[in-house]
Design a binder for this molecule. Structure first.
Ligand SMILES: Cc1cc2nc3c(=O)[nH]c(=O)nc-3n(C[C@H](O)[C@H](O)[C@H](O)COP(=O)(O)O)c2cc1C
Length: 189
């Protein structure tokens, strides 16, 4: 059993992302989504810089059109089937949240710490979605790194840290390989 919400520890021990293409309704309504995002914000952040924000993609057709324009600009020889595959994610899952890395000027907090903080928000966003009974998935894909998509969604130095799909799994989740603890846990000295 994955994402076993019986207790906090059973959940953490069984946490598993879903696949966006297998996510169906229901997704979170606006009140639950608000709770999920508020929970995700409760994340370690050196210096209280809040170097992150969220963008909910509400118009999926407009997002698909943006992906199509961007993909075709980057791949002018793309065949129709390739274009369809590249933009398919725009219509997946009931809810789609872009997590934006919003670096802040700071003399004290290095950029790498701000990057780690946005990663922590991403993990927390998955936990929050799961805690409210949904399943989440963190995908960057090509779109998160595309300059045209970035320009449409980000401001200034911001970057897309990932797309977070949230919904209900239509299929059973499957385990994926996990590290062998003894391979990566050491004691010092
Ligand atoms: C920053 C980041 C970007 C990711 N981008 C993708 C992606 O583009 N495509 C993909 O299949 N998985 C991607 N993943 C992996 C999945 O989100 C997920 O972590 C993985 O399938 C393992 O599942 P788990 O969350 O159940 O451990 C990404 C993970 C991270 C942390």
């Amino acid at each position: 059993m994955f994402n076993d919400l019986s207790t906090v520890t059973t959940y953490l021990e069984t946490r598993r992302s879903g696949k966006p293409r297998d996510m169906v309704a229901p997704g979170p309504d606006s009140a639950k989504l608000d709770l999920i995002l508020r929970t995700a914000m409760r994340t370690p952040d050196h210096g209280k810089l809040f170097p992150w924000r969220f963008v909910e993609i509400t118009d999926r057709s407009a997002f698909a059109a943006l992906l199509k324009t961007a993909f075709c600009a980057a791949n002018p020889d793309a065949r129709p089937a390739q274009i369809e595959a590249a933009i398919a994610s725009a219509h997946m899952a009931p809810t789609l949240i872009m997590l934006i890395f919003a670096p802040q000027q700071s003399l004290k907090i290095p950029l790498c710490e701000q990057e780690m903080s946005v990663g922590a928000v991403g993990m927390n966003l998955l936990h929050a979605a799961h805690a409210y009974g949904f399943v989440g998935s963190w995908i960057t894909g090509w779109a998160s790194y595309d300059p045209m998509v970035r320009a449409a969604i980000c401001q200034g130095e911001e970057r897309i840290a990932g797309m977070f799909f949230i919904g209900t799994p239509a299929l059973d989740l499957e385990e994926r390989p996990r590290p062998v603890p003894s391979d990566i846990i050491r004691q010092w000295p």
